[in-house]
Design a binder for this molecule. Structure first.
Ligand code: SAM
Ligand code: SF4
Ligand code: F3S
Length: 441
């Protein structure tokens, strides 16, 4: 049992990508993944601090693990991710049964700490591995860590540290190995991914990295997220327009549609600077899919200021909007200097209003796709259907007896809802399903 590990991952894709890298190292050292905590000798929690609700989920999980640890004292418990990225004394006091707390900035030491522990020493005869286990069709690769923006509401810079770009060679090697193991789509990740390379010596830019990654053999599709509007340069628009494997899709958080709120959020752009950027992007790539993030109920946000956000959502017509109610994060400028004065029920009302508006806008947008041919990358099976994504990152479900996993196919959209599409297979080079059991993937 001691050579099996279980990863519990919450939060953003950054945690997902860190967890995958750890799993790779543990696998190559002879360990293997367990389905659940009960079957594991090592449990690692990738935690998130972005809102109080995210931290509450971790506290719930640790409550559950306390009794498991009491029954299995040999279980090694590690807590990493953003909650561990702070003075850990308080956590240690509250959870004395946790063996290890590892800050996200210290992540590199995690494999050594786990593999070096007495419980695992015997199990871990390192094996050399040229091609490791199979990976999902779409895989995220962190290219820039940390963040220097210090938006007034945000905990990330305090927990993930300064912005640090990974060197290009290291990224290309990781992507190549993922492609060799079956990945078809690579998503380059960072809190401000469009700032990639500025801190390298000599400085580099994301557009050139995208072009190099896109040229790697075996890659079907490339995406990147999250972009900060102030770091988004014209050469990125050109890259999306002329690199065929780079999908026409962007995650460009606006956060609020009111200049005064944006100023107090320390986002350092105005609504018109944001909408001008969108107009420039759409002038070159008219069908680009745009997703965004919005916070409602920021300190001092009046109903009128909130309505400015609704206006901008109507004007821009995003494909997807991720909306969150403001949650004060201890230590951030907003929590220190501003009063969290929008009552919780009012935050919820604003949140629902945005969701309702966006559901209508997304439905209308998706309905326009009915009857159209779309390029689909099929990721796997779900409830008896094949699940894939369009270039615009929309989910599409279709039925087929062929084995379509990892295939780029053409589908025709037959029906649309706000969150997904349904279609039929038009063309595919895939073989019949009988070669494998699709339900197990
Ligand atoms: N780097 C990205 C950006 O510049 O927008 C996103 C970072 S954050 C990990 C993901 C999202 O969480 C943000 O876009 C924001 O909408 C939301 N968020 C961050 N801090 C928050 C807070 N204190 N309360 C509510 N939502 C928050
Ligand atoms: Fe947080 Fe702002 Fe950095 Fe995004 S850009 S991670 S919102 S500080
Ligand atoms: Fe959460 Fe940290 Fe990501 S706070 S959203 S896990 S960067």
């Amino acid at each position: 049992m001691s050579n099996r590990y279980h990863l519990w991952v919450s939060g953003c894709q950054m945690n997902g990508s860190d967890a995958r890298r750890l799993a790779d190292v543990l696998d190559s050292a002879g360990m293997s993944a367990a389905e659940n905590f009960e079957d594991a000798g090592v449990a690692i929690l990738y935690t998130c601090s972005v809102r109080q609700s995210a931290e509450d989920r971790v506290h719930g999980q640790l409550g559950h693990l306390k009794s498991l640890k009491a029954r299995h004292p040999d279980l090694m418990l590690c807590v990493t991710g953003c909650m561990a990225g702070v003075d850990q004394a308080e956590l240690r006091e509250r959870y004395p049964f946790v063996d290890l707390f590892v800050a996200p900035t210290e992540m590199e030491s995690l494999p050594r700490l786990i593999l070096g522990s007495t419980a695992n020493r015997d199990a871990c005869a390192p094996t050399s591995r040229s091609h490791g286990p199979r990976v999902p069709v779409s895989v995220g690769v962190t290219v820039i860590r940390g963040c220097d923006k210090f938006c007034s509401y945000c905990i990330v810079p305090y927990r993930r540290g300064q912005q640090r770009s990974r060197p290009e060679q290291e990224i290309l090697e990781e992507v190549s190995s993922l492609l060799a193991r079956g990945a078809k789509e690579i998503v380059l990740l960072g809190q401000t991914v469009d700032a990639w390379g500025r801190d390298l010596d000599p400085p580099r830019g994301l557009a050139s990295l995208l072009r190099e990654v896109a040229a790697l053999p075996g890659l079907a599709r490339l995406r990147f997220l999250t972009s900060h509007p102030n770091d988004f340069t014209p050469d990125l628009i050109e890259a999306i327009a002329d690199v065929p494997r780079l999908c026409e899709e962007l995650n460009l958080p606006i956060q609020a549609g009111d200049d005064e709120i944006l100023r107090r959020m320390a986002r350092r752009y105005t609504v018109s600077q944001y909408t001008d950027l969108v107009a420039r992007i759409r002038a070159t790539i008219p069908d680009i899919a745009l997703s965004t993030d919005v916070i409602v109920g920021f300190p001092g946000e009046t109903v009128e200021q909130f309505e400015h956000t609704l206006d901008v959502l109507r004007q821009v017509e995003f494909d997807v909007v991720h909306v969150a109610a403001y949650s004060p994060r201890p230590g951030t400028a907003a929590a220190r200097k501003m009063v969290d004065d929008v009552p919780a029920p009012e935050k919820l009302r604003r949140l629902h209003q945005i969701e309702e508006l966006q559901t209508a806008l997304s439905t209308r947008k998706n309905n326009r796709l009915i009857g159209q041919e779309v390029e689909l990358l099929v990721e796997g099976r779900q409830k008896g259907k094949w699940r894939g994504r369009t270039r615009s990152n929309k989910l599409l479900f279709l039925e087929s007896d062929l084995n379509l996993r990892g295939e780029l196919v053409t589908a025709v959209v037959e029906a649309a809802g706000p969150w997904s599409l349904r279609g039929r297979l038009e063309t595919s080079a895939a073989g019949p399903l009988s070669t494998g059991s699709p339900g197990s993937r």
